[in-house]
Design a protein around this ligand. Structure first.
Ligand code: ARG
Length: 608
């Protein structure tokens, strides 16, 4: 196996850290390496001196000088300068950059190393509620989650996908009762279930209007959860139908989730009584109006971050008494674990799930790609799970939240009639719109090819629009913007890729044969080389922080840097050895865009 050079970032960071140590900084003082904020500041910038100097009681400039004196960048850096109060600006040497990038481009993986210590990572994503059809509300989790699993897998981690579908709530009693009724009447069920949305509506209407039906529906929930064979069988039909529908959406979207990744709520059913028992034994359960609850209180840790702490059963009354004396506003929040009628809740299932993931699957990280509105719920689950010892301290529990998808009117995205937008219809529209654009631009291409491009660009646009924005904010769904051929969009990147490929077709070189040497004489060449060399650290940071928009921003930036290079540096008309060196930069760009988009779950085409 080829040896991978360290990422540029890691290399510079470790050298800076060593220099800080030699200059006498505390062992935990971070070098705080970042990209230079302006080209005239060089390539990278170390910002750790100011913090370290403060702790050491030194003047930052003085420490900066000592650090620079101790900094061993050998033949890596052209220039190391101190700026402002104590920033350390680093400019890389062209020859070094050329040979470093040459090494990265020589391998299949563009220099992205496999993790030295692979982790087991459970990723909980997509997770629709099976009572209804998948709608736009499920799009974000599905798309963001799928990009993250691809990236983590690419880095060599053991990824376990968990599609935590909702298949166990009270609505299922109603749906089974309705299905059962139709079946007895001898109706064609496949036809009825083809539109799950309509089926749900019909069931709900009967539930609201017919008391006997409502009673039956409630009975069916209890029977279902108790394992009654008939209920189970009708329920299974319904679930199969609904999952098939999800799989249709996944196939259209190019999402990697398979049937075996479905780990539904019902899978934890038998474990729920044990969760309750364990919490009771640990002394956390407090009975309130017949329900078994855990009480939690908000506080702040030493860093000033909000934390949720669990209140032991024995302290709950004291706590409530104090609150009663001191007045409102600081009430602990109860999380119901078991209702007075013996039923379990969403939180109970999540506790069983997190215990299974940490305990049985031995996860090192568990990622929840879940709507921001479930933040409190997940914080509660995490707090209880930790306190109960379901999850060891070494396992990281991470809620990677995302905002709501909004329409152009600033309200949650809906159809013109105000209904929920069905995903399959949305994807159809994406492809129809993309086809119109492709046809306008390339009327001469055969229809089959135009349709293929439209599919790749249309689906790519929907995914990229979601991935390219910081996921924590709400996002506005806007067809024109996401399909635009300029700006930070999938079509722009796909087009950039196709453009480089067409250059290769023109050059008559299918590939470059043995890899030529790189020569970085022009600023535009150097800028492009530096960008290309930063792919690997970008992928690593997305795996760590779970913000796919960082990879999108990187790719967009790369494509723009390429365009500037392409405008100022002739490629095919250049003399050797410049011509080959430039062709290698072009090829590196195409491969990086293709690999990067692939990690986001987005395809490319050879011409567009
Ligand atoms: N099915 C839930 C919903 O549609 C989302 C599940 C999120 N994952 C979890 N472990 N709670 O709201």
């Amino acid at each position: 196996m080829a040896a991978y050079p360290m990422t540029l970032r890691n290399l510079l960071e470790s050298r800076l850290a060593q220099a800080l140590q030699k200059a006498g900084a505390p062992p935990d003082a971070p070098p705080m390496l970042g990209l230079a904020t302006r080209p005239e500041f060089g390539d990278y910038q170390g910002n750790g001196v100011m913090g370290a100097a403060k702790r050491m009681g030194l003047k930052p400039r003085q420490l900066a000088e000592q650090v620079v004196a101790a900094l061993d960048l050998g033949d890596i850096a052209e220039k190391v300068e101190i700026a402002g109060p104590g920033f350390i600006n680093i400019t890389l040497k062209n020859e070094w950059l050329a040979s470093h990038l040459g090494q990265l481009l020589a391998g299949e993986r563009l220099g992205v190393a496999q993790a030295a210590a692979p982790q087991t990572v459970v990723v909980d994503y997509s997770h629709p509620n099976l009572a209804k059809e998948m709608h736009v509300g499920h799009l974000r989790s599905t798309i963001i989650g799928d990009a993250l699993v691809r990236i983590l897998e690419f880095l060599g981690h053991r990824v376990i996908r968990h599609n935590h579908v909702g298949d166990w709530g009270t609505q299922f009693g109603m749906l089974i009762a309705h299905l059962d009724h139709l079946e007895r009447q001898g109706q064609d069920l496949s036809g009825q279930l083809a539109d799950l949305e309509e089926f749900y509506r019909a069931a709900k209407q009967r539930f609201d209007e017919d008391q006997d039906f409502a009673r039956l529906a409630r009975e069916y929930v209890v029977r279902l959860q108790g394992g009654d064979a008939h209920c189970r069988q009708v329920w299974q039909r319904f679930i199969d139908e609904s999952l098939q529908h999800c799989e249709q959406v996944y196939a259209r979207l190019g999402v990697t989730l398979k049937r075996e990744d479905v780990r539904p709520e019902s899978a934890y059913n038998d474990d729920l009584p044990c969760v309750v028992e364990d919490l009771r034994k640990a002394g956390w359960l407090y009975e309130s109006q017949g329900a078994q609850c855990v009480f939690l209180k908000e506080s702040k840790n030493h860093k000033g971050e909000a934390t949720l702490d669990i209140i032991p059963k024995s302290d709950v009354e004291l706590h409530l008494a104090i609150i009663a004396l001191e007045g409102e506003g600081r009430e602990p929040t109860p999380v119901i674990i078991q209702k007075s009628d013996g039923g379990y809740l969403y939180a109970t299932t999540d506790l069983a799930a997190v215990r299974y993931r940490a305990g049985e699957l031995k996860a090192d990280r568990i990622l929840y790609i879940v709507d921001a509105r479930q933040d409190l719920h997940l914080r509660q689950v995490f707090a209880v799970a930790r306190a109960a010892g379901f999850v060891p301290a070494s396992c990281s529990l991470e809620h990677h939240a995302f905002g709501t998808m909004m329409g152009k009117d600033g309200k949650p995205f809906r159809t013109r009639q105000g209904g929920t937008v069905k995903l399959l219809e949305l994807l159809d529209e994406a492809e129809i719109r993309a086809l119109a654009l492709v046809t306008e631009k390339n009327p001469e291409l055969p229809e089959e090819e135009r349709r293929h491009i439209a599919q790749v660009a249309g689906i790519g646009s929907v995914k990229y629009a979601d991935l390219s924005l910081n996921r924590t904010t709400d996002y506005i769904f806007d067809w024109d913007r996401m399909l635009a051929l300029d700006g930070n969009t999938a079509p722009y990147l796909q087009y950039s890729y196709a453009r480089v490929q067409s250059l290769f077709r023109k050059s008559g070189l299918e590939s470059l044969g043995t890899q030529p040497a790189l020569h970085l004489a022009e600023a535009a060449e150097r800028n492009l080389a530096l960008k290309l060399a930063q792919f690997t650290e970008t992928v690593e940071s997305v795996a760590r922080e779970c913000y796919p928009n960082l990879l999108c921003a990187y790719l967009y930036n790369l494509a723009e840097t390429f365009m500037r290079f392409y405008e100022s540096c002739p490629v095919l008309k250049a003399e050797e050895p410049t011509r080959s060196s430039r062709l290698l930069l072009c090829q590196g760009t195409a491969r990086t865009i293709q690999t990067g988009l692939g990690l986001l779950g987005i395809e490319t085409v050879e011409r567009m």
